[in-house]
Write a protein that binds this ligand. Structure first.
Ligand code: GLA
Length: 535
């Protein structure tokens, strides 16, 4: 049975804290080594999820489409936010054949159709399930005892990200249950980010890297529509103790963000966002992005703060020192040799503290440049540390470097994640459509390397003009029988300074070969082509 919200929160936090006390040390040799071969979320996932603002109602296709459009229009997509989709939004039921079927009342295009729409906007598709018998409200079936067929269905719906909740799991072992889902996912064949949501139950930071990409470390950050600043800070403080467990492709998840929800001041929004950036936490916005203020947009899209979160080294910062109520977060080396420092004042009164270079991991004798990430101002060189004034609830979010250059790491933005090609009758022998991929980082990237494992009807070439690369997809139709063809293209790249791999770029290519009367072939990268047969 679903636990009441307040109880679930308290219980999960107490369990997580108790677990942390008895957890093996950070250097525990028992910790599994994460396999990053899938190239997924090598920096923390960024996106939007409905639960914090909306809860279960009114999640439906109209809401999710409007949100996806607002993510694009507000500039969030250009800032790196990509994963969007319903949470526990009464999305599907289980049919008599045991397979999941879309709830067409709420999602008239079907869950595959909604995915195509989201992909066509250049966003990635997030879906939700549960490892138990039912989801938390019991409105949807869970995947228990249906792992293989459900994971196959999520692949057919073209999910890129799957949040897997932990309600109604009586008698189940948490690590085994998620491992079973991971194996079912591998069997289904589509690369999908697994976002484990056991609220810290079973201490996932000790084992989940082997079976997923991120895991919730605590109970829910808030009830729907009820942002809770004090509770968010407790979550941050606990999550901050788990920094050793995080790294490229495997992240501690202190829950979706509450930035921009009612009840938080602009100062609190800025501090919250800084904490999540510093903790290399998933940046899943949870506010109503259709109607946010300019100030909220500026916070959520600050490229210099996002650069700390999306740093290719993937190190999670932690509290290295306290000065009265003030927390000094550091321990976060960055790809260019600079380091991040966050001075956060959760106290009731303004404070002035001195940041020592040793806090940041530099020698006390250095003369260093400071970039203030909220003021977008560089000062220095400074010798011997820096005094900073921090208002109540406020932060100083700094990047410290031996040089006065503060380059941004790559954040990848694509024109579409779905290429849809259609050939009818006697069209040309080959159809082409482009996917344009841009890096918002300071440096140009080398050419994306396309994996050679493409089907024989598809070829992909890559060309480059500065920060924008074009992947041209050519489908050879000649000789192909009538029918639907599908391929997932993967391309890889490397951040040029640190040589750390970027997250792999994946997108779908659909080719529809019709018979019938001769007509011009239609090409296009938008997801608005004919409705898919999979619902
Ligand atoms: C749990 C999760 C939340 C949300 C709800 C849906 O409480 O932790 O994030 O997904 O379930 O019911």
């Amino acid at each position: 049975m679903r636990r009441p919200f307040a109880f679930a929160l308290a219980a999960a936090l107490v369990a997580a804290l108790a677990a942390a006390a008895s957890a093996p040390s950070a250097q525990s040799p028992a910790r599994p080594v994460h396999d990053t071969a899938d190239g997924l979320v090598l920096t923390p996932p960024m996106g939007w999820y409905p639960w914090n603002e909306f809860g279960q109602e009114p999640q439906n296709e109209t809401l999710i489409r409007q949100i996806a459009e607002a993510v694009v229009k507000s500039g969030m997509k250009d800032a790196g936010y990509a994963f969007v989709g319903p949470d526990e939004g009464i999305c599907f039921s289980r049919g008599a054949d045991g397979r999941l079927t879309s709830n067409l009342d709420r999602y008239p295009s079907g869950l595959r159709g909604l995915g195509d729409y989201i992909h066509g906007l250049g966003l990635k598709y997030a879906l939700y399930t549960d490892a138990g018998t039912r989801t938390c409200s019991k409105a949807m079936p869970g995947a228990r005892d249906h792992e293989l067929e459900d994971m196959a269905t999520f692949a057919e719906w073209r999910a890129d990200y799957l949040k897997i909740d932990w309600c109604n799991t009586e008698g189940q072992d948490v690590a085994r249950s998620y491992a079973k889902l991971h194996n079912a996912q591998l069997a289904a064949g589509r690369p999908i980010v697994h976002s484990l949501c056991s609220w810290g139950d079973g201490q996932p930071w000790n084992w989940a890297a082997a079976v997923g990409h991120l895991w919730r470390t605590t109970g829910d950050i808030c009830g729907p529509g009820k942002a809770d600043w004090a509770h968010a800070l407790r979550i941050a403080t606990f999550n901050g103790t788990l920094s050793e467990a995080a790294g490229p492709g495997h992240w501690n998840d202190p829950d979706m963000m509450i930035v921009g929800m009612s009840g938080l001041s602009e100062t609190q929004n800025r501090s919250f966002f800084s904490l999540w950036c510093m903790m290399a936490a998933p940046l899943m916005a949870g506010n109503d992005v259709r109607s946010m203020t300019e100030a909220t947009i500026r916070i959520l899209t600050n490229p210099e703060a996002i650069a700390i979160n999306q740093d290719p080294l993937g190190v999670q910062g932690r509290i290295v020192r306290r000065d009265g109520a003030v927390q000094i977060w550091a321990g976060k080396p960055l790809f260019d040799g600079s380091r991040a420092v966050l001075v956060f004042n959760p106290g009731a009164a303004a404070a002035v503290v001195k940041v020592a270079w040793a806090d940041a991991g530099f020698s006390p004798a250095e003369a260093l440049y400071i970039r203030d990430l909220w003021a977008a101002r560089t000062t220095g060189p400074h010798g011997g540390g820096l005094g900073v004034a921090v208002p109540a609830d406020g932060v100083a979010f700094l990047r410290v470097s031996k040089t006065d250059q503060f380059p941004l790491p790559p954040v990848i933005v694509a024109s579409t994640y779905r290429v849809a090609l259609r050939a009818d009758g006697a069209g040309p022998a080959a159809l082409t459509a482009a996917v344009r991929v841009r890096t918002t980082g300071s440096a140009d990237l080398d050419l994306w390397k396309v994996r050679p494992d493409l089907p024989s009807w598809l070829s992909v070439t890559v060309s480059k003009a500065g920060k924008v690369q074009t992947l041209t997809n050519t489908a050879s139709v000649k000789g192909l029988a009538k029918g639907s063809y599908h391929a997932v293209v993967r391309a890889d790249n490397v951040e040029p300074v640190s040589k750390m791999p970027t997250s792999a770029l994946y997108y779908d290519v659909d080719l529809e070969v019709g018979g019938g009367s001769p007509g011009a072939p239609q090409t296009g990268g938008s997801g608005s082509s004919s409705p898919p047969s999979v619902r």
